[in-house]
Write a protein that binds this ligand. Structure first.
Ligand code: ATP
Ligand code: MG
Length: 567
């Protein structure tokens, strides 16, 4: 896979290929002009940015063509599923700005699926196989070699019916038998080689409890669930393309039993998954990161989950912009995470209030500034949006500046603070460093400077040419904060491809750096979790929900500029 960091221009100009299919179906009057989609997550984890791509497609198509989109939980494997995931999925979809018509569960259809399976057995199109899954796999053959028939393939219908009942009564241990569709062991499409359609799971289901012991497999549940609901366009990712003939096969079988449904059909279409550099999308692996404490939870701001991105300071608008940019195609690709970062930067540039914060503070004393004097300097909230107005920031004799903005023996091109060189303090005066105080170990404790009273913003002398502008906060009029700086979660571009390495070894040890001594201007005192800001010169930051009892915690959403070659 190559990394794509150009946008999919085609998708901007014209309809995407799914929209073309939908418009053609509408023009042909299929399904009486009805458009119905569904988003079908398995509630076995939190949604990630890849799911957002599917959500924008499923809900977007319904919105655009006046149809409906339902949320359907694909809850056919109770061992991995939980209501915690159901709740989080609903929250995340709504946060992205979408509304489903109905909430359905594949488990709602267990009785109908059961009846359908019984019908298949009765018509000789399914049988109970008592072989182990390993034996069954061995008989599958290869795409160029036909498989071999199971010794149970032609067992009497009555026997299969009886065993199928027993599978569901808890009389059969897990793995001891399965129900298989009897189709074609020589079919070039491996999915037709007598696929397993029911298995035994002895584990309570989060909705149906212990009612069922026999559970339908994905291929036996998905298409039929679409059909029961009246889905017209079943949109999914490319890996299901090879399942589509089987999807159609079961729907056709089902239609034969329901002539009253007339011409109605559900049609599956597939688009490319989202894969992002320096990220992993597998729910199984994300769950491992959470369970092993390698991240703080599903909402850790380094996670590619929707809840993680939200906590990181991402907005739904930025996610939509990103998804629009990458578009939908039929080709798998790896998308540069810089594109996602670009989208949030662009969105916050337009929206975020500019404030001052010093992450690694050192004291700067303006020795010729009167003690006790406080000046209120006017700070523009957002130069991109005048309507956001201004706020005041207090200027005093003692300030904090960023430690890295000072250098005692500076090279020529260092335009920040160094003895004898003038620099501008943003929204305030031009100052010149006169000396420093160090501790016994040589660490700088205080920096001294003098200000020029004629250089306050707006005064004639303020136009004097100085090369550097520094941000600052007043010692007395700032408040403490913790700032969490994030970097990529993985050190390699495509961690999923490093098959010979444990993915945990690929984690970036510096993906989180916590700064506990930061200072922010008082203006931020009453900010609320998830509020977004631009810290001048530093990047975009938002308030973390860990903020409690006035102890502010900020996350760096993204730096001001792309720093992708940093690692
Ligand atoms: P797992 O990681 O366990 O394989 P999944 O990613 O398939 O799970 P589902 O809950 O089955 O997750 O996915 C719900 C829907 O989201 C499916 O239609 C699936 O095709 C789509 N989807 C999942 N991952 C991506 C992705 N990376 N990009 C686009 N769509 C995705
Ligand atoms: Mg899946």
């Amino acid at each position: 896979m190559s990394v794509e960091n150009n946008t999919n221009e085609e998708s901007k100009k014209s309809l995407n290929f799914i929209e073309i299919i939908v418009e053609k179906d509408l023009a042909e009057g299929k399904n009486e002009g009805r458009i119905q989609t569904r988003f079908p997550p398995e509630p076995n984890g939190y949604l990630h940015i890849g799911h957002a791509k599917a959500i924008c497609m499923d809900f977007g198509i319904a919105q655009k063509y006046g149809g409906v989109c339902n949320l359907r939980f694909d809850d056919t494997n109770p061992t991995k599923e939980d209501v915690e995931y159901v709740d989080s999925i609903m929250e995340d979809i709504q946060w992205l700005g979408y509304h489903w018509k109905n909430v359905y569960y594949a488990s709602d259809y267990f009785p109908q699926l059961w009846d359908f399976a019984v019908q298949l057995i009765k018509s000789g199109k399914a049988y109970i196989d008592e072989q182990s899954s390993e034996e069954i796999a061995k008989q599958k053959g290869t795409p160029t070699q036909p498989g071999t028939h199971s010794p149970y393939r032609d067992r009497p219908i009555e026997e299969s019916l009886d065993l199928f009942q027993k599978m569901n009564q808890g009389l059969i241990p897990e793995g001891a038998m399965v129900l298989r569709a009897k189709i074609d062991m020589a079919n070039p499409n491996m999915h037709f080689r007598d696929p397993i359609i029911y298995r035994v799971i002895n584990y309570p289901h989060h909705r149906t409890g212990t009612t069922w012991k026999a559970y339908p497999m994905y291929d036996f549940a998905h298409g039929q669930s679409d059909y029961f609901e009246g889905v017209t366009h079943s949109i999914c990712t490319l890996e299901f393309e090879v399942h589509r003939p089987l999807y159609d096969y079961f729907v056709d079988e089902l239609k034969q039993l329901r002539p009253e449904d007339g011409e109605y059909r559900t049609r599956q279409s597939e688009f490319n998954r989202l894969n992002l550099t320096y990220t992993m999308m597998s729910k199984r692996k994300l769950l491992q990161l959470v369970q092993e404490g390698l991240v703080s939870g599903w909402d850790d701001p380094r996670m590619p989950t929707i809840t993680g991105l939200r906590r990181r300071g991402y907005t739904p608008e930025a996610i939509h912009k990103f998804i629009d940019k990458i578009g939908y195609t039929k080709f798998e690709a790896l998308i540069d995470i810089a594109l996602l970062e670009h989208a949030i930067r662009e969105d916050l540039n337009a929206k975020a209030k500019r404030v001052s914060a010093v992450i690694d503070p050192v004291k700067l004393i303006i020795t010729n500034y009167p003690e006790g004097k406080v000046e209120r300097m006017e700070a523009v909230n957002n130069p991109e949006d005048e309507s956001m107005g201004t706020h005041e920031i207090a200027f005093t004799r003692e300030l904090f500046i960023e430690r890295e903005d000072f250098m005692e023996d500076a090279p020529k091109k260092f335009f920040r603070m160094t003895p004898g060189q003038e620099v501008r303090l943003k929204n305030a005066y031009i100052v010149k460093c006169t000396g420093v105080k160090k501790d016994a170990a040589g660490n700088i404790e205080e920096i001294y400077a003098e200000y020029d009273p004629q250089t306050k913003s707006g005064m004639p002398e303020s136009n004097r040419k100085v090369k550097g502008t520094l941000h600052w906060v007043s010692v007395e009029h700032s408040i403490p904060a913790e700032v969490r700086l994030y970097d990529r979660l993985f050190t390699v571009e495509n961690p999923s491809e490093e098959k010979d390495k444990d993915f945990r070894e690929l984690l970036n040890p510096d993906s989180l750096v916590v700064k506990t001594n930061a200072r922010v201007e008082k203006e931020l005192e009453n900010s609320k979790p998830f509020d977004n800001f631009q810290f001048q010169r530093l990047g975009y930051f938002n308030v973390d929900p860990d903020t409690k009892n006035g102890k502010l915690v900020f996350n760096r959403t993204v730096s001001l500029k792309d720093s992708k070659n940093k690692l």
